[in-house]
Design a protein around this ligand. Structure first.
Ligand SMILES: Nc1ncnc2c1ncn2[C@@H]1O[C@H](COP(=O)(O)OP(=O)(O)OP(=O)(O)O)[C@@H](O)[C@H]1O
Length: 358
């Protein structure tokens, strides 16, 4: 299948002393009909990449293709792309239908009002066509903005944090709505967010960005389970990290030595390791905790307990002063497995251990 968007060495610097390198030579392919998310902290360059695709910014270097065609020189209105912004700017003096039909009428589309009504039906606001935007809730207004952006049938829809102005419950219900809209229209969605839950729950694939660079592109489960870099592992989910020296045990396993008393059995050293120390990590919920101590296992004193409802988080201070966090299911009556100050053993299966070299 043809890619919707292909970028090669795409670079954007903003003027300044020194210049701001917002995007540092990125390569990326976004597939047709994909729900693709750009995820990263504030300032990592996600909006810049989105604006380059839309044509609101001109790249400093590199190429940008849409459906195989180099569009670097095409003005925004000539691109088969539309954008939904965080702050939906609906026209207050027009009713909802007129808002959705506006762009189509300007393009001289003969059946603009009929298409606009179909789009309102698609976002389940068909009955609200005659209302003014001010007579709608925030979530409804954002759905009108979506209908308006979808109405000209763009091949790609760019969404710049479109849910961030909504409250939590509404945000959660809009996630399912956006996913449905993407499936039903078959339009490629490129969604920008700094919210990992949003990214994990909606996307076919995610690009995690940091400081103008793409760190990893993968499906949500792969990003969570097999982060490519320490940045990705820290930005998404919670994990324990240890600096360790590897010792190979045959071709498919290794032991990672953190200190005299702490070592983890894990997978073989990754091919890109260049010798020396590596970072060993495991997710909090992948480890188990048991009361009391067992010889030769990882153990220490529980220094902190945080009750989280379905789970409890335990912080264990190991004998040599390092600490490890474990998230564990509670007993059926909700009580914790162990108390602060008591001795505990932490177990981690070799399958849960990930080795990071970047
Ligand atoms: N017009 C501009 N002039 C100068 N610097 C800019 C401009 N626009 C963005 N930047 C800088 O480029 C970097 C990337 O900004 P960008 O808006 O792409 O990040 P972002 O990941 O979308 O962040 P946020 O989530 O806060 O919107 C930042 O350091 C920002 O300050």
């Amino acid at each position: 299948m043809q890619d919707a968007i292909t970028i090669n060495g795409l670079t954007k610097s903003y003027p300044g002393t020194p210049p701001v390198r917002a995007l540092k030579g990125s390569d990326l392919s976004i597939r047709d009909n994909e729900f693709f998310t750009l995820l990263g902290p504030s300032g990592c360059g996600k909006t810049t990449l989105l604006r380059l695709i839309a044509g609101f910014e001109v790249p400093t270097d590199g190429t940008l293709k849409l459906f195989g065609e180099n569009i670097s020189k095409l003005p925004p209105e000539k691109r088969p792309v539309n954008t939904v912004f965080q702050h939906y700017s609906l026209f207050p003096h027009m009713n909802v239908l007129e808002n959705v039909a506006y762009g189509l009428l300007r393009q001289g589309k003969p059946d603009a009002r009929r298409t606009a009504q179909e789009m309102l039906d698609l976002v389940h606001l068909g009955e609200f066509a005659k209302r003014r935007p001010s007579q709608l809730s925030g979530g409804q207004q954002q759905r009108v903005a979506l209908a308006r952006a979808l109405a000209p049938h763009p091949r790609v829809l760019l969404l710049d944090e479109p849910l961030s102005a909504l409250d939590l419950k509404l945000r959660q219900s809009m996630r399912a709505e956006l996913k449905r809209l993407q499936r039903e229209t078959g339009i490629t969605f490129v969604f920008v967010t700094h919210d990992q839950e949003e990214a994990l729950s909606m996307s076919d694939r995610i690009a995690v960005m940091s400081r103008g660079e793409i760190q990893q592109v993968a499906r949500p489960a792969e990003i969570y389970e097999y982060p490519a870099t320490r940045f990705v592992a820290e930005f998404i989910g919670d994990a324990n990290f240890f600096e360790a020296t590897p010792r190979m045990n045959g071709d498919s396993a290794a032991t990672y030595h953190v200190s005299d008393s702490i070592r983890f059995a894990g997978p073989a050293l990754p091919a890109n390791a260049k010798g020396g120390k590596v970072t060993v990590m495991f997710r909090l919920e992948k480890a188990r905790i048991a009361p009391g101590r067992a010889d030769g296992s990882l153990g220490g004193t529980i220094s902190d307990i945080e009750y989280l409802g379905s789970q409890t988080e335990y912080r264990v201070t190991l004998d040599d002063g390092m600490s490890v966090a474990v998230r564990s299911e509670n007993h059926q009556d909700g009580t914790a497995i162990a108390e602060v100050g008591s001795q505990a053993t932490v177990e981690v299966d070799p399958e849960a251990i990930r080795v990071l070299v970047a």
